[in-house]
Write a protein that binds this ligand. Structure first.
Ligand SMILES: [Zn+2]
Length: 275
C-alpha cells in the first residue's frame, strides 16, 4: 500500500505533466471504486486547467480552473498511475480512470482491487472533506515536533506503533515506514505510547523525518530511471532495515529481526536494538 513517500513521488511526477495543462478527454469505465464516484466527474473535469498538484497525507489534490474545484485522488491499496506520451494502444481492464491532456499525454489510473477513490471538492475547503478533516500533522512540516508528539501521545495506553499509524495524529504514515522509523529511533513497537514522551520523542521525530525523506529521495531516483512510458510511478526499491526481514540479521547487532502482529498488522523490529 502506498504510504507518504510513494504518494509524494507520484505527486512529484505528475507536477510537470499536469500543471497548466487543459484536460481534453476523460475516460471513466465505472461509477465506483471504493465508494461511488461523483456523478458528474467526467463533465466536471473536461476543459479544466490543472493547477499545481499537492499532497495531504496519502491523498493527491489537484486544483482545477476555472471551476474552483479540486480533484482528490487516493491510490488505495493497489492503485497505480501511469503516464503515456500519447494515447495508449490499449487500456487494461483495471484502467478505470484516464485523462488526456491538451498536449496529447495521457494519465491513466488503474486500480485492480478498487480500494482507491476519486472525489471533487471545493478548493480551499479541503479540511472539511470527510477523508481529510481531522487528519493529523504532516510529519515533514514544522508542526511536527517532539512537543507535539509528547502532547498527543500523553496518557495513551496503546502501543507506540499503533499510535503512529493513527492518521488523526500524524498524516501519511503506514506500516512500512513506522517499522523503519521505530528501528531508527531504537524504540520497541510494543512500548506504551504514553511512556515514550520526553527523550524518546526527541529521537523519534527526527527518525520519522529521516526515514520519510530518504524514501522520497529513493522515489526521486526511481523517477529519473523511469524511462519506460507506462511504467508505474511511485513504487521503488527501498532500503528497508527491518520491514519484511523476519529472521534476517539486524544491520546493527546481527541478531534476528522479529515479526510482531499488532492490531491485525505485521510489524518488524529488532528486540535487541529496540527497547
Ligand atoms: Zn539489532
Amino acid at each position: 500500500m502506498p504510504e507518504l513517500p510513494e504518494v509524494e513521488t507520484v505527486r512529484t511526477a505528475l507536477e510537470p505533466v499536469l500543471h497548466g495543462q487543459q484536460i481534453s478527454t476523460v475516460r471513466l469505465t465505472r461509477q465506483d471504486l471504493r465508494w461511488p464516484l461523483p456523478r458528474n466527474l467526467s463533465a466536471a473535469l473536461t476543459g479544466q486547467i490543472c493547477g499545481l498538484p499537492w499532497r495531504r497525507g496519502k491523498y493527491i489534490l489537484l486544483p482545477l480552473l476555472p471551476s474552483g474545484k479540486t480533484l482528490l485522488i487516493h491510490l488505495g491499496m493497489s492503485g497505480a498511475i501511469r503516464l503515456y506520451p500519447r494515447q495508449p494502444a490499449h487500456f487494461g481492464k483495471h484502467d478505470h480512470f484516464s485523462v488526456e491532456l491538451a498536449d496529447g499525454q495521457w494519465f491513466v489510473f488503474s486500480d485492480p482491487r478498487r480500494f482507491g477513490h476519486l472525489d471533487l471538492l471545493e478548493s480551499g475547503k479541503e479540511d472539511a472533506h470527510p477523508l481529510l478533516s481531522g487528519m493529523g500533522v504532516e510529519p515533514l512540516s514544522n508542526h511536527f515536533s517532539p512537543a507535539y508528539l509528547d502532547r498527543v501521545l500523553a496518557a495513551r495506553k496503546q502501543p507506540i506503533k499503533t499510535a503512529l499509524l493513527d492518521q488523526r495524529l500524524i498524516a501519511g504514515l503506514g506500516n512500512i515506514y513506522v517499522s523503519e522509523a521505530l528501528f531508527r529511533a531504537g524504540i520497541s513497537p510494543r512500548r506504551q505510547a504514553g511512556n515514550i514522551v520526553g527523550k524518546r520523542t526527541e529521537r523519534l521525530v527526527p527518525a520519522i523525518r529521516a526515514t520519510l525523506t530518504e524514501a522520497i529521495s529513493a522515489g526521486g531516483t526511481s523517477l529519473r530511471d523511469h524511462v519506460q512510458p507506462g511504467g508505474e510511478i511511485g513504487y521503488f526499491v527501498q532500503n528497508l532495515k527491518v520491514y519484511g526481514r523476519e529472521g534476517a540479521g539486524c544491520s546493527v547487532c546481527d541478531k534476528p529481526i522479529k515479526m510482531l502482529r499488532q492490531g491485525g498488522r505485521s510489524g518488524y523490529y529488532c528486540p535487541n536494538c529496540q527497547r
